[in-house]
Ligand binder design. Structure first.
Ligand SMILES: [Zn+2]
Length: 865
């Protein structure tokens, strides 16, 4: 018995669970699929040219939920065994000799009606369409294949589809021919080398909008919409070629593919857009909009998401990460490039201030002990799923920006171009990138690496030393919020740029803080500086803590001495330091008040965020005081803005309104009453409300709303197919306070025929509302199986993994225990679940600690209001 057991376990150990073992490798693919949007399954045939480096009688491929009816190598039959969820073993009766061979498979697979992964169905009204989403590891649901990013091959695709419909893929169509049974055969040109996760196709009765050609290459740009929605593609059609031309010019490399299609998916889950080479997919409400209800926010969102996805055509598609541990080489770079293109193309949008809020969000995530590193080892499929988070995208982009500024933008651009040229149509790793940008600058690579390979945010204390030559003294540690169990003893090699004011004017200098503490001479100072901005132009990824009376001086003169990005950073850092217990919460609130009337709407939003965040720390008896404080701080401006745009106002004002007015309306009865009237009118006539304000008006009315209004919203939902209107209505349905209406909104997740991709967010809508926040948790507990049965997945994320966020507002030891009891085991069963579980748990503990540390101060502060 013992030897048998040993053999069995040895075999089991050989079965892959994460990566394909060494051995056979793909050379190219020829696939033929029969797809009909009206059917729940599809059939396929695939020929894969492969190379066996050594003889083999067993080898593995990726395949998931495929029924393989026939498999052979060079005509000789292969036995197929699904060895686990993600892998099939293929066995030959005699050893397959080394050398080039051809694999052939015939199979069928599933078309998902509710998720956005593999091949899935999307419905626009009653019309069905098919789409694909293969990143990260779902190409294996469409083809047996080598489903890892390191394999870049040419793919030849042929689709058999209903004759009346259209089909699109990564490359242009080369032939089309009618077939029996009302079908047609569409053959696409072979692709350039692409990994499986970037293959895409779509089938359905689409409309196609021609959107010009890309300067230089002449590649056509098209916007592809559901039937009848071509008129909604106008903005995307106007700007997409421009974005591509700006990217070409920055990268110094022509757009690498034959065409640039953008296609709308009615509903997605787990992703908003996907950079498939030559065929970028977007959630419909990002790509297109009814011109009558389109908004400035939507147009900017498309420009930003579009620039991100199109930047991927170089960063990700042309040069692909070798493995998922370098997801940042895709995502951080696409995020950083999109920011760069937008800041240059639309300076009036002031996008750099928006980039800062994204950075601050990432810093919040990064202050957890359970955070990831930008470049995190991949040990399981959970790690692949978790790699698509704020750390990879936003911390990654902010860190790249910091080193770009430190290196010099032109020099950095040369490194980027040389990296892309060197690895075009191939794969690359972190080291390849650092070699390109750091050539001749070893300090740059070393410093960059300290941010890629360590978690956390540096906190740098800043003081001036003017005993001799004026100098700035810097000391670093890891930033940790009150209650954190982490260690602050950690250092980075941090580029620190400062600006200071002396008798002779304002000067700028940069240093590399490469140890725990150091003093740097201010070589351009003619006298002791009175002010020093420790994060010049906000390009650094760190929190600055000004020592002694320097902080007071900085706050007092912030509007004169600091530019808006630096003001935003100062406000953020003060709030973070209060979160660490280094400052009292009253200091952060005072700073928020000081910046509340900033001309920059992003800074106003930050001030709102600080004040809004404290609400849960004060007792119910002080909520009136809190309301008075909000009204005193923001009321005048909110009332002047009102709910409707004024003729001739600027876009910044238009964009401030939906942010500020609903926040204040919670504490301002006349504003709330006006929202109620406007909402009633809009529901009746679909008119009378500024398009930018529909969501805010409907949600504000719901905050104070009754059953009749709830029912009216629900009836309005049934009458519209417009995705943006639907999402505004559903958000409003999740905004009621009355417990019985909170319950009715939760019920929609399982007791309605609304697509779960639309209603899923209702489960998390009550987070932060103390009176009702545990209702969602109780609802989840009572209906767990039913929720999971309807739960969507997609884009590598599993809805089940996100369920712990239902307890995101928990804030006490007893709630912590309930959370652990309920989610401790359940979270482990979903891809990506364990890390979400840990992060929410840590947030609950930190909230409890924060309340203990700051609660009394917050109470005292509001008692005075
Ligand atoms: Zn991306």
């Amino acid at each position: 018995m013992l030897p048998f057991l040993l053999i069995a376990s040895a075999l089991a150990a050989d079965v892959p669970t994460l990566r394909l073992p060494e051995g056979v490798r793909p050379v190219n693919y020829t696939a033929e699929l029969t797809l009909d949007p009206a059917k729940p399954t599809f059939t396929g045939k695939i020929d894969i040219e492969v190379y066996f480096p050594a003889p083999a009688s067993v080898f593995y491929l990726n395949a998931r939920e495929l029924e393989i009816s026939s498999a052979n190598v060079g005509g000789a039959k292969l036995a197929v065994e699904q060895v686990n969820e993600n892998f099939i073993a293929l066995r030959s009766t005699s050893a397959i000799p080394a050398g080039p061979r051809q694999l052939h498979f015939e199979y069928s697979g599933k078309i998902s009606p509710k998720s956005s992964e593999g091949i899935f169905m999307g419905k626009d009204g009653e019309t069905s369409y098919l789409f694909t989403q293969f990143e990260e590891i779902d190409a294996r649901r469409a083809f047996p294949c080598f489903d890892e990013p390191g394999f870049k091959n040419s793919w030849r695709l042929t689709l058999h589809v209903p004759a009346s419909q259209k089909a699109f893929a990564n490359t242009p169509q080369i032939t089309e021919a009618s077939e029996a049974g009302g079908m047609k055969k569409v053959v696409f040109a072979p692709t350039k080398p692409l990994p499986s996760y970037l293959i895409a196709f779509a089938v359905g009765p689409f409309d196609v909008v021609e959107a010009g050609k890309i300067g230089g290459t002449g590649a056509p740009v098209r916007i592809i919409t559901p039937k009848g929605k071509a008129s909604q593609a106008k903005y995307a059609a106007d700007v997409t070629a421009t974005i591509l031309e700006r990217l070409q010019s920055y990268f110094g490399i022509a757009y690498p593919y034959e065409k640039a299609d953008a296609i709308a998916i009615p509903l997605t889950f787990g992703f908003g857009a996907m950079e498939n080479a030559g065929l970028v997919t977007y959630a419909e409400n990002i790509l297109i909009a009814d011109p009558a209800t389109d908004t400035e926010n939507r147009r900017r969102e498309y420009a930003s998401v579009g620039a991100h996805e199109l930047a991927h055509q170089w960063f990700g598609d042309l040069v692909t990460l070798s493995w998922w541990d370098d997801t940042w080489l895709n995502e951080a770079f696409a995020t950083w490039t999109s920011s760069k293109i937008l800041a240059e193309w639309k300076p009036e949008w002031k996008t750099r201030l928006g980039d800062l809020s994204a950075k601050f969000g990432a810093m919040g995530e990064d202050s957890l002990v359970s955070t990831r590193k930008i470049r995190q080892e991949i040990l399981t499929n959970d790690d692949i799923s978790n790699a698509f988070d704020g750390i990879t995208y936003e911390k990654g982009a902010a860190v790249i920006r910091m080193f770009e500024i430190w290196t010099g933008e032109k020099q950095f651009q040369r490194g980027v171009t040389s990296y892309l040229k060197l690895h075009a149509n191939k794969n690359a790793r972190m080291e390849d990138f650092l070699d390109s940008i750091g050539s001749g600058k070893p300090r740059l690579s070393e410093a960059f690496l300290t941010f890629l390979s360590q978690p956390g945010v540096p906190q740098i204390s800043v003081s001036l030393d003017c005993k001799a030559t004026p100098a700035v003294a810097l000391r670093q540690k890891r930033y940790l919020p009150v209650g954190s169990k982490g260690s602050s003893a950690q250092t980075w090699k941090v580029p620190v740029c400062v600006r200071y004011r002396t008798d002779a004017g304002v000067q700028r200098e940069c240093f590399l803080l490469d140890k725990e503490s150091a003093e740097f001479k201010l070589t351009k100072a003619t006298s002791c500086p009175t002010l020093i901005a420790a994060n010049e132009s906000a390009s650094g990824y760190y929190i600055a803590s000004y020592e002694g009376d320097l902080l007071d001086r900085m706050v007092a003169e912030s509007q004169q001495f600091l530019n808006p990005a630096e003001q935003s950073t100062l406000l953020h850092d003060i709030s973070a330091l209060a979160g660490a217990g280094d400052l009292k919460i009253g200091r952060a609130l005072d700073a928020a008040v000081k910046f509340a009337n900033s001309p920059e709407r992003q800074i106003v939003g930050q001030a709102e965020g600080i004040i809004g965040g404290v609400r849960s720390q004060i007792p119910a008896s002080l909520l009136d005081n809190y309301g008075r404080f909000v009204a005193k701080t923001f009321g005048e401006r909110a009332r002047a803005l009102g709910w409707s745009a004024k003729p001739g106002e600027d876009q910044e004002t238009t964009l401030l309104r939906p942010n500020l007015v609903p926040f204040v309306a919670r504490y301002d009865a006349p504003l709330a009453e006006e929202a109620r009237k406007l909402a009633a009118q809009w529901i009746e006539t679909r008119k009378g409300v500024d398009a930018n304000m529909i969501g805010s008006v409907l949600s504000t009315a719901a905050y104070n709303g009754d059953r009749a209004y709830f029912d009216a919203l629900l009836a309005a939902l049934k009458k519209t197919e417009d995705k943006r209107q639907r999402s505004a209505i559903i958000r409003a349905l999740g905004s009621f306070r009355a417990p019985e209406l909170v319950q009715s909104a939760l019920d929609l997740v399982i007791h309605s025929d609304i697509d779960t991709r639309e209603t899923a967010g209702l489960l998390f809508a009550g987070t932060g509302n103390r009176a009702t926040e545990r209702m969602a948790f109780d609802f989840l507990k009572a209906n767990y199986d039913e929720i999971l049965k309807r739960a969507p997945s997609g884009g590598g994320s599993d809805f089940g993994a996100e369920l712990p966020y239902v307890a995101g507002g928990f804030c006490s030891a007893s709630q912590e225990k309930e959370y652990i009891d309920y989610f401790g085991e359940r979270s482990k069963t979903f891809t990506g679940g364990p890390r979400v579980y840990e992060q929410v748990l840590e947030s609950i503990r930190l909230c409890d600690a924060q309340r203990a540390a700051q609660g009394a101060d917050a109470e005292a502060y509001f008692a005075r209001q």
